[in-house]
Design a protein around this ligand. Structure first.
Ligand code: AMP
Length: 188
């Protein structure tokens, strides 16, 4: 019997439904959900000396939080997860350095990425869906900046997983249940 737990990465632009699909999969397969955006929002409310700086980066859509800090938060989250438990990464990795670091960290702990789902949607769909969500960083100016960061920094991560042969592209335009249905066909 194959006992390798699922190690899943969900990638896609803002509004692609990554978070929602991540929650569904985490529940279905009893995975730990590492939501980097949520971990960073929690960090902002902490008393850490860098909390204010991180808050400004996030609220204004000013690109990515420094990778050293993101990796520190990631390592802390991972240290609490037993090797037998599957993991779902959502909002991470966001650039090539993070992707390489994740490969290293997983390899050292004997874990293997089993699926990297990429949920593409159009820019129009991102804008429409984020307007509905209305988070503090969902202003039109911040959305435009985040999309630019996504194209420049996160798109290469998709190629990284495509080359590794673990990338599964699932159109993110249909409704949430339909996208879930398609994703689930990739688990045997
Ligand atoms: P999200 O909730 O995934 O949309 O993330 C919100 C914001 O958190 C982003 O716009 C980034 O500034 C920051 N962020 C989230 N994940 C990462 C990451 N892996 N690396 C750097 N910054 C991140």
């Amino acid at each position: 019997m194959n006992t390798q737990p699922y190690i899943i990465i969900i990638l896609g632009p803002q509004g692609s439904g990554k978070g929602t699909q991540a929650e569904v999969l985490a529940q279905q397969f009893k995975l730990r959900h590492i939501d980097m955006g949520a971990l960073l929002r929690a960090f902002v409310t902490s008393r850490h000396p860098q909390a204010g700086r991180v808050q400004r980066i996030m609220n204004e859509g000013k690109g990515l939080v420094p990778t050293t800090l993101v990796l520190e938060i990631l390592r802390r989250a991972l240290s609490k997860i037993p090797a037998s438990v599957g993991i779902l990464f959502d909002g991470f990795p966001r650039n090539k350095v993070q992707a390489a670091a994740l490969d290293r960290i997983l390899r050292r702990s004997g874990r293997i990425i089993t699926h990297a789902f990429y949920l593409p949607i159009s820019t129009g769909t991102t804008i429409k869906r984020l307007a509905r969500r209305g988070r503090v960083d969902d202003t039109p100016a911040a959305i435009t900046k985040r999309l630019a960061t996504y194209r420049k920094k996160t798109k290469p991560v998709i190629d990284h997983y495509r080359r590794r042969g673990v990338l599964v592209t699932v159109n993110g335009e249909p409704t949430i249940p339909r996208v879930t249905q398609t994703i689930l066909t990739h688990f045997k």
